[in-house]
Design a protein around this ligand. Structure first.
Ligand SMILES: Nc1nc2c(ncn2[C@@H]2O[C@H](COP(=O)(O)OP(=O)(O)O)[C@@H](O)[C@H]2O)c(=O)[nH]1
Ligand SMILES: [Mg+2]
Length: 363
């Protein structure tokens, strides 16, 4: 039987990983077998460490988005099927990625019709980000975010707990102007509003049937290249118990001080020790503790993973992130034992396939 894949996209920080974990947990509790595929331009992902720590079967496609690494996506999907025969695979594409209908959905439908069925494309939109600024035709970052909405079959307006009922109506109007055909689900990870609706789409037998939406790859590439992409892994030993919350907060505050809120697509830190894990994020100017597992205190060998996607030149972002992390460690009297990091801007998207499902011969 074909395995169902649901692709849950949307801009960086919109809430994809959070909702994927909520869907996976809810379905797992009801007896379904769920697997997750994470995706990033870099390596050392906070999101993967997080979903694994939550006990989810997780694969990764690294060093490029699903569209540019389509063969790797298929290897991951098939290996998950081979290992555990999941009922559903939830796939989170890179947040700066769009044109997924042409580059991921259509190739899956056309090339692997017996192995996989593809759910309608779900795109998360951070209500708060839309509320702040709307969409500015002059801004190339908005071109990308708008295209993501245009190709959605379902738009999930996330973080509605952060806005008023009037603001929600306004945002619904903005989204419906961009994509009148999409069904909109209002959702909050905090209150749980809308989660059942999203799950019912995933469990339904609806398949993706929307045609790709035109896109200018020059503008798309420029929009992606505006972002600096920092991934760092730091190692140290905590002889005495160390407050992970305090450390993560110092790092996030450092990010908030150095960059404009609007430029912070997201930054995340995960601090793991043998008996504890803590994840904290900042999106715009909102700092959130996403998870505390075991204890808020770390002890013994500690791994600190930082991911930051921020509108900034990579060399500037790298300097700021290194300084911020190292200063936070020093302030907490921790001697760093070593670190690996990397900072770059995503290169021009070069999808493996770009096709329309409907022009290919039917079986
Ligand atoms: N208030 C609020 N915060 C949310 C909601 N969904 C996600 N977040 C927070 O937004 C941040 C980014 O979420 P994440 O799932 O990592 O976004 P991703 O980059 O799209 O995978 C995290 O701090 C989440 O806790 C929501 O519905 N309401
Ligand atoms: Mg994520």
């Amino acid at each position: 039987m074909a395995t169902r894949i649901a692709i849950i996209g949307g801009f960086l920080g919109a809430g994809k990983t959070t909702i994927i974990n909520k869907i996976a947990k809810s379905l797992t509790d009801k007896g379904s077998n769920v697997a997750i595929i994470m995706n990033d331009q870099g390596e050392a992902l906070v999101d993967t460490r997080y979903t694994k720590a939550m006990g989810m079967e997780t694969a990764e496609v690294l060093r490029g988005c699903f569209c540019c690494k389509f063969p790797e996506l298929m290897i991951s999907a098939r290996s998950l099927v081979g290992r555990n025969a999941p009922d559903i695979i939830l796939a989170e594409p890179v947040g700066s990625c769009t044109d997924l209908l042409a580059t991921v959905v259509a190739p899956l439908k056309v090339l692997y019709p017996k192995e996989f069925t593809v759910a309608p494309l779900i795109i998360l939109v951070d209500a708060e980000r839309v509320m702040g600024k709307g969409f500015d035709p002059e801004k190339i970052g908005d071109y990308l975010r708008k295209h993501q909405i245009m190709e959605a079959e379902y738009v999930i307006l996330s973080k509605v707990d952060k806005i008023t009922a009037e603001e929600l109506e306004e945002i619904r109007y903005v989204v419906s102007e961009i994509n009148p055909g999409a069904e909109t689900i209002t959702y909050s990870a905090i209150t749980g509003r809308g989660l059942d609706k999203v799950i019912s789409v995933i469990l339904s037998d609806k398949v993706s049937d929307k045609s790709p939406v035109d896109i200018d790859y020059d503008v798309y590439a420029k929009a992606e290249a505006e972002l600096g992409w920092y991934n760092g892994t730091y190692h140290f030993h905590a002889k005495e118990r160390l407050d992970s919350y305090d450390m993560a907060k110092r790092i996030m505050q450092g990010v908030a001080t150095e960059f404009d809120a609007e430029d912070i697509a997201h930054a995340k830190v995960m601090i793991q020790s043998p008996m504890s894990a803590m994840k904290m994020s900042i999106v715009l100017s909102n700092m959130t503790v996403d998870a505390v597992m075991g204890s808020r205190y770390a002890e013994g060998d500690v791994v600190l993973t930082v991911n930051a996607r921020i509108v900034a030149p990579p060399d500037v972002l790298k300097d700021v992130m290194r300084t911020t992390v190292q200063r936070s460690l020093m302030q907490m009297n921790v001697a760093m034992e070593g670190f690996n990091d990397d900072c770059f801007s995503p290169s021009r998207p070069n999808p493996t396939h770009r096709m329309r499902a409907e022009i290919l011969p039917k079986e």
